[in-house]
Write a protein that binds this ligand. Sequence first.
Ligand code: ATP
Ligand code: MG
Length: 421
Amino acid sequence: MARIQIPRGTQDILPGAVEQWQYIEAKAREHFRCYNYREIRTPMFEHTELFQRGVGETTDIVEKEMYSVRNPRSEDQLTLRPENTAGVVRSYVENKMYGSPNQPTKLYYIGPMFRHERPQAGRLRQFTQIGAETFGSSDPAIDAEVIAMVFRFFEKMGLKGLRVDLNSVGTREDRARHRSYLLDFLNNVRSELCEDCQSRIDRNPLRVLDCKNEKCKALTKDAPSLLAYLSEESAAHFAAVQRYLTDLGIPFVVDNRLVRGLDYYTLTAFEIKMAEIGAVETLCGGGRYNGLVAELGGDDMPGIGFAFGVERLLLALEKQGIQLPVEEGIDCYLVLQTSEAKAQAFRLLDELRQAGISAEMDYLDRKMKAQLKAADRLSARFTAIIGEAELANGTVVLKEMATGEQREIPAGELVQAIRGH
Ligand code: ATP
Ligand code: MG
């Protein structure tokens, strides 16, 4: 039979690697709890329209990257979520979370996202995002808190040399003021821009500033900056975010080309970067979206959030030579010198496990020497050997592998002895 292979752009996370994932997820949960965030889990697919409206028709995601299906037995047009802000906003509105006495509403999520992209290092078709969203506050301190939360998390993971790129994309009104100047500028260089950018000029000109093409970057180097067109209020918000970040000692640079080019993105936009990881350098993207909740049918509530990819975080850690302190190995391996001891060992194994001690024994009829080797391969902290004499006396020989120290103890005291260490 022909072998069936894993789909392109996806990966199996096998034991040995999965511990790192569990570590990151557990640390993220712990970290976000310190900032009073609660977890939310939304479906992995949503109505396609949610992303069309919530991510935006002119984005790469909606134009090129969505996995959509029509259920043949109903009219539903569904899409595997390419990101989760839209889903969280939908849920926030649908579950009337704005009515909760706990405000602002602070939510985080961890889960797989799906985008049909050209796979390369740090770019997959199924990848995992950890992200957070806050609703109900326009306070610039919340912007700084959100940025600080993810920045501190990366610091906790041990990453060095991180940089926050910060910008304000203003309000809808600010952008309207800026637009005609930007269009004048872009139309002058139009024919020299890449094809994508030429079409962006007509549909969403701010996006041209976000083009990764070196030639486009150079051509638009002196494009009029949106920052010069911010209202007093927007400028004050941006200044306050910067002050708070400075107070916390979070390093940032203002990058007036950083855009989230959709109508409902407002004010703060940011990315967290590191020297090139794989084919990319951005670890995390985020920003304010004060118009999005209303766009998705809710009351006009402000929101802000971020998301980062776990795969990219792992690449970054690898690149910096950082080993996460993951726990591996089991607590105790029961070694049988005689097959007569099997029933006794099997009961002991159950006892250890009920006490929360990870334990294993041989199920392959291996000789004692091979059992010890198996214990070693599992990095067992202890072995408990049961031979004929021990079986007769109701004892085991407990050996601590790190020190080689060993002593005979009553089988009934095994749990205690291991716990005591
Ligand atoms: P890029 O410019 O790298 O395509 P993006 O703007 O599409 O990024 P966002 O939608 O802001 O990315 O997603 C936030 C984060 O999610 C990224 O910074 C990255 O860590 C991660 N991410 C996005 N797309 C992928 C992908 N295809 N594979 C792995 N991680 C991804
Ligand atoms: Mg992308």
